[in-house]
Design a protein around this ligand. Structure first.
Ligand SMILES: N[C@@H](CCC(=O)N[C@@H](CS)C(=O)NCC(=O)O)C(=O)O
Length: 207
């Protein structure tokens, strides 16, 4: 398989960490959405990463759809998202909070870093920051209940997505979301990054 995109994208990173956690080997095509638009559009008409090119030649796009495929490949006993029921809903809700927060943070990054200074709209930037912050706060609060992992007492996709989110913020928006405000989330990322699946996919590796 070939994973298209850089680890500095939280969406690519959560797919990469999941591939490693499942022990599925992959090659990488380290393309940038800023400088390699045509090559990315050749695998995803939307010009976004990640894309996963399967050995059959089929190409999957969008991290959620890719993770769905990987969960199926790993099988229900190992899947990072339970197959059904209340446990599945609990994990998916936390994943939605983590990924919703990072989507707002990515938009904030575009607002602050891609626009000419005179076109930055501070109220809009603050709204995006507030939305991302609200998602992070819920994750931090869940972890405050003396939990090592966000759900089910074990590593799930909620943790993978939360760590991808947190490390993206530290890498691309350093100083905007302080670890002191979300201490448990910062600790979760710190702990996870000792595991090879996270250490080997850290965003700084592609920066
Ligand atoms: N919902 C998509 C979001 C992917 C996404 O927005 N990726 C960003 C990189 S962090 C991207 O490709 N941005 C380029 C663009 O939208 O032009 C997913 O989960 O894969």
């Amino acid at each position: 398989m070939i994973l298209v995109g850089r680890y500095r994208s939280p969406f690519v990173r959560r797919v990469a960490a999941t591939l490693k956690l499942y022990g599925i080997p992959y090659e990488r095509r380290v393309l940038s959405t800023v400088t390699d638009g045509a090559a990315i559009r050749a695998v995803n008409p939307l010009g976004r990463v990640p894309a996963l090119i399967l050995d059959s030649g089929e190409t999957l796009i969008d991290s959620a759809a890719i993770l769905d495929y990987l969960d199926e490949a790993a099988g229900p006993a190992r899947a990072l998202v339970p197959a059904r029921g209340a446990e599945r809903r609990e994990v998916l809700k936390l994943v939605a909070l983590a990924i919703g927060a990072v989507e707002k943070a990515v938009a904030l990054g575009y607002e602050l870093q891609r626009r000419p200074q005179q076109l930055i709209y501070p109220e809009w930037a603050e709204k995006l920051r507030g939305q991302a912050s609200a998602g992070l706060s819920v994750l931090d609060k869940v972890l405050r209940q003396d939990k090592q992992w966000l759900a089910l007492g074990r590593l799930t996709q909620a943790d993978v997505s939360a760590v991808a989110t947190w490390d993206f913020l530290g890498n691309m928006l350093a100083g905007t979301f302080a670890p002191a405000e979300f201490p448990r989330l910062a600790q979760l990322a710190e702990r996870a990054n000792h595991m090879p699946a996270f250490a080997e996919t850290h965003p700084r590796l592609d920066s």
